[in-house]
Ligand binder design. Structure first.
Ligand SMILES: [Fe+2]
Ligand SMILES: [Fe+2]
Length: 197
């Protein structure tokens, strides 16, 4: 590096903490609540779809338990959206339809595929909630507590589904790897869209 370039390099302004286009303050938090509401709506619908197909199978009580928890999560974000005047997601009908279709579709492939879907979705959601926790400041303790609790619930859902499949243990790992990748990609896309629309 020549001396001039080196000097210019050293004089460059430090990267700002935020970049143009990054949201700040209430807009940032509003976006978080909006995507979380959309996600919990989608999650509730996934389990509703799975129960519609697998309602009389051995895994049904587990699905019902997880569905009830997603309903509670959704209610909390519904309340928060109203209390804080956050614009709710404009894509509710899409999340409902996509969630139900993913739930029912995976369940039609069988209990193991349904559980593999839960594992994949919950893994993405866990990361998503963790990122939000890392981004929230001390001024948002209520929201932090809610998200921390829900992240723990989603981890439990993933473990329940993982254990269920481990116990039934058929050798179909490869098929579920493909399913898992598609579900994860779809979930990440849904998060990206729900943050914006
Ligand atoms: Fe949830
Ligand atoms: Fe969950």
């Amino acid at each position: 590096m020549t001396v001039e370039i080196k000097a210019a390099f050293e004089k460059r302004p430090a990267r700002p903490a935020t970049l143009p286009g990054d949201l700040q303050g209430p807009a940032k938090v509003g976006r978080m609540i909006r995507v979380d509401q959309a996600g919990e709506l989608g999650a509730a619908e996934i389990y509703r779809g799975q129960l519609a197909v697998l309602g009389d199978r051995p895994c049904a009580p587990l699905l019902a338990e997880m569905a009830a928890q997603e309903g509670e999560h959704l209610a909390v974000f519904d309340e928060m959206v109203a209390a804080r005047g956050v614009r709710p997601t404009a894509l509710s009908p899409v999340w409902r339809a996509a969630g139900f279709a993913l739930g029912a579709g995976s369940a039609l492939l069988g209990e193991r595929a349904a559980m593999a879907t839960t594992v994949a979705v919950e893994e993405v959601i866990e990361t998503h909630y963790q990122r939000q926790l890392d981004a929230l400041g001390e001024d948002e303790m209520e929201l932090r507590a809610v998200i921390g609790q829900f992240r723990d619930d989603e981890i439990k859902h993933r473990n329940v589904a993982q254990e269920y499949n481990a116990e039934t243990g058929a050798d179909d790992t490869h098929a579920y790897e493909i399913l898992s990748r598609s579900v994860k990609a779809g979930t990440r896309l849904a998060i990206w869209l729900a943050e914006r629309i």
